[in-house]
Write a protein that binds this ligand. Sequence first.
Ligand code: AMX
Length: 433
Amino acid sequence: MKMKEVLRQKIEAHRTRTVRLLKEYGDTEISKVTIAQAIGGARGVRCLVTDVSYLDPFEGIRFRGRTIPETFEALPKVPGKEYPYVESFFYYMMTSDIPTMEETLEVVEEFKKRRNLPDYVKGIMRAMPKDTHPMTMFSAGILAMQRESVFVEKYNEGMSKFDYWEPTLEDVLNLLPKLPSLAAFIYRLKYKDDDQIADNPELDMGGNFAHQMGIEAPYDDVARMYFILHSDHESGNVSAHTTHLVASALSDAYYSLSAGINGLAGPLHGLANQEVLSWTMKFMDGLEGKEPTEEVIKEALWATLNSGQVIPGYGHAVLRKTDPRYTSQREFCLKNLPDYPLFKVISMIYQVAPGVLEEQGKAKNPWPNVDAQSGVIQWYYGLTEWDFYTVLFGIGRAIGVLTNITWDRALGYPIERPKSVTTDMLEEAAGIK
Ligand code: AMX
């Protein structure tokens, strides 16, 4: 596979940089840690390394150095479609090279060969209680496939540290293509009476996902856009960090991703997209058919804040402006569903919420994040079961975090083990003890 050979060269070239930094400049300081950071979730502490993406607080995410519009522009598109192959994006994230159409199609074919969901996973999904959250099912499905790990097999046979990345990549290539199949299976099982739709071997990852969900075009392009946008947000966010942390113990890709998905399932992280839709729907129900006004939205936002809850879809631990992932999806809506009532409400919230959060004066970032805009698109195309939305996020996020753990293995990153201190020690450091 061309991608693997390119990756091998990139890894070899990169290793010398990492080794040099470690050996010659290991003592160079890049961050300090304050008491507020130790108590406050390590916010802003620079202690993780990734080259897959970088998040600037004001500019937003860059994937391998490219902004979102630049990434969409550069990658090969599915013929007749507006968005690139997800497979080409995966190639790009792994290697930092933009693949040709030929290189892309090689990954597309590889993914097709590997995307069939094993029967035992279907059995496990069917055995789970009907009210199980789709994120629990998604995580359990991934974990159930751990028995297939090539990394574990090779590790048990005995393998050099320098080769770890190869069976890790093999696990990633086996696992990633199965995620849309698993997600669509869960969706049809849970919401469509287990009326499953067979794989269409003609279709790419995004196309086959839309097909297996049972949703017409342009939902295939929505899926491509969505998976790419949600793929990576550097390494400190909960899903990326968890995946990296678990993998650092040499747990394989299945264990690691399943753990990361569990983190994504939290309402302060990926589940916020579900929360945005439920908040907005409750708000619209409360209108009882009346036209929403900015005044009424403002009142509803204040009611949420005054009851001690957060405004879902707003704020961010790193970003300090409107999330470009929000903007990208907003542009999609302006083009494809400009007059849709739900989109109009979401847009009105965008006009009002930052001012409300600023007035309250707590949130460091009053601007919307990715989750404030994603649900409306899903709803418009008929995916109204909002507790499924975070699973979509999970498929996308897997691209980034699985790329990262492959590189973790390639660069020999060790087991992660930060140091904790006691409250006594903090008081001592503060000079109050
Ligand atoms: N609504 C109300 N209050 C908010 C808020 C919001 N959207 N965002 C931040 N705040 C509050 C915090 O709860 C905190 O309150 P406290 O002092 O009483 O504890 C205070 O403002 C300071 O928080 P912060 O430094 O601005 O944010 P953070 O880095 O601690 O947390 C985040 C970031 C995303 C968890 C937070 O902004 C939030 O809860 N947002 C709503 C949930 C959401 O949209 N999550 C999705 C984020 C993107 C993603 O991961 N998918």
